[in-house]
Design a protein around this ligand. Structure first.
Ligand code: IMP
Ligand code: MG
Length: 178
């Protein structure tokens, strides 16, 4: 792994593919144990989580389903600001054990606005698995139940995460060059 250039920015190697794989196996082991009789429904938030979701789901050995959603943010007409809508959420969540898959929790804004909509559908439980969290950047009450890596507040790229649409295909994680 060496430094790379994406558009106008330089990125340096951060977390290797094998470290990611090891961490995802740990998360999968925990989920396989905790949900063995719960028939969980994974909900992966696109685009960023597609690699994480794919690699994690391959390591799930219990009966489970997965669905993919995209979150769209609209300027609300009320004072509450943006309205988040989920595209592609066709399954009923009622009485299901939901595990939401996110690439990264940064400020927590997106999930803090979206999670109430999921709770509205009366799931039996709702947990969050995030590959990455940036504790210093967190501004909203969102807590990941399963976290891959807690990282410092610096922009990261690769393994599904993008800079202006590029870099998602990198099998490892890079960090903006200091
Ligand atoms: P939040 O609402 O501030 O938590 O933002 C979360 C979303 O912003 C993530 O799902 C990512 O799509 C994007 N994001 C936040 N930090 C990064 C980063 O370091 N690299 C790439 N995307 C990021
Ligand atoms: Mg995302």
């Amino acid at each position: 792994m060496k430094a790379i250039q994406v558009l106008d920015k330089a990125f340096v190697p951060f977390i290797t593919a094998s470290e990611i794989d090891r961490k995802i196996q740990e998360i999968a082991d925990r989920i396989n144990k905790a949900y063995s009789d719960k028939n969980p429904l994974f909900i992966a938030v696109l685009n960023g989580s597609f690699m994480f979701a794919s690699d994690l789901f391959k390591k799930i050995t219990i009966p489970a389903q997965i669905s993919f959603i995209k979150l769209a943010s609209y300027k609300g007409t009320t004072s509450t600001g943006n309205v988040i809508t989920a595209i592609g959420l066709d399954e009923s969540l009622k009485d299901r054990h939901i595990i939401l898959l996110e690439d990264i929790i940064d400020t927590g804004k997106t999930l803090s606005e979206f999670l109430p909509q999921l709770w509205n559908q009366a799931p039996a439980s709702l947990k969050i698995a995030a590959l990455l969290t940036k504790p210093e950047a967190l501004r909203h009450e969102v807590h990941a139940d399963y976290t891959g890596f807690e990282i410092e507040n610096r922009f990261v790229l690769g393994y599904g995460l993008d800079y202006d649409g590029y870099g998602r295909n990198l099998p490892e994680l890079y960090q903006l060059k200091p």
